[in-house]
Design a protein around this ligand. Structure first.
Ligand code: DC
Length: 224
């Protein structure tokens, strides 16, 4: 194939989508856009402003009003991009455990998805972009010229999350992380609007069996 202009990468949490996406974007000189951070930013805004996560209308109103900006990284502290909420840098806040624990129900609200999908489409349609999420190939950019679905077992994904936390000097409980991963999978795959599933024309890769270098090489080989 010729070099794709729009690359969509979907798959469950911690399957290696961001690692692959960032590497592809760097190699091609494209924008890397992890759409999960937008759902995380809305979740953080709700927690910060005391809006109940169960309050669908309240959370949806926040998603419609919040000014979320994704910019190239301004600091070399492990971030893939800056996440700004109403002009304030909330990059690391979006990774907090209370966001992890509440983001799936927030992302299941149709009004929240509608507001964020619109912004994502606008950015994606400019081209030269690698967009990562759950519904990019199926809903956000069905016209993408390369769609990848990166899968991995819940156990392997929980092990990676555990390692990430320990490597950053934190403490973690593997069983608790595994239960969280399974819980989020269930909500992400079972929701009525834009559930997690591979697009019919997606290339499916299993990162249990392939390491990050091998996954990258398989994808890059498509146009080299
Ligand atoms: O990839 P992540 O863990 O940062 O995603 C956070 C949540 O947002 C997760 O529950 C799935 C959801 N999400 C989504 O529904 N659609 C997307 N395009 C991206 C993320």
């Amino acid at each position: 194939m010729t070099k794709p202009q729009i690359i969509a990468i979907d798959g469950p949490a911690a399957s290696g989508k961001s690692t692959l996406g960032k590497r592809l974007a760097d190699a091609l000189g494209y924008l890397f856009f992890d759409t999960g951070v937008m759902y995380r930013a809305v979740t953080w805004a709700a927690l910060k402003h005391g809006v109940e996560i169960a309050d669908e209308a309240g959370v949806t109103a926040l998603a419609e009003q919040a000014q979320i900006d994704i910019r190239p990284p301004s600091r070399d502290d492990g971030r893939a991009c800056d996440v700004l909420l109403d002009g304030v840098d909330i990059t690391w806040e979006t990774r907090r455990p209370e966001v992890d624990g509440n983001v799936s129900p927030v992302s299941a609200y149709p009004g929240v998805r509608q507001a964020l999908t619109l912004q994502q489409r606008r950015i994606g349609q400019r081209g030269r972009v690698v967009m990562v999420g759950r519904d990019i190939g199926t809903v956000v950019l069905p016209e993408a010229d390369l769609k990848i679905y990166l899968d991995a077992s819940a156990e392997e994904r929980a092990r990676r999350r555990y390692q990430e936390i320990v490597d950053r000097g934190g403490q973690a409980d593997y069983e608790q992380i595994l239960a969280g991963v399974r819980g989020r999978d269930k909500i992400d795959s079972g929701r009525a609007v834009a559930p997690l599933r591979p697009a019919e024309d997606a290339l499916i890769l299993d990162s249990d069996r392939l390491n990050a270098d091998e996954v990258f090489a398989r994808v890059e080989a498509l146009w080299q």
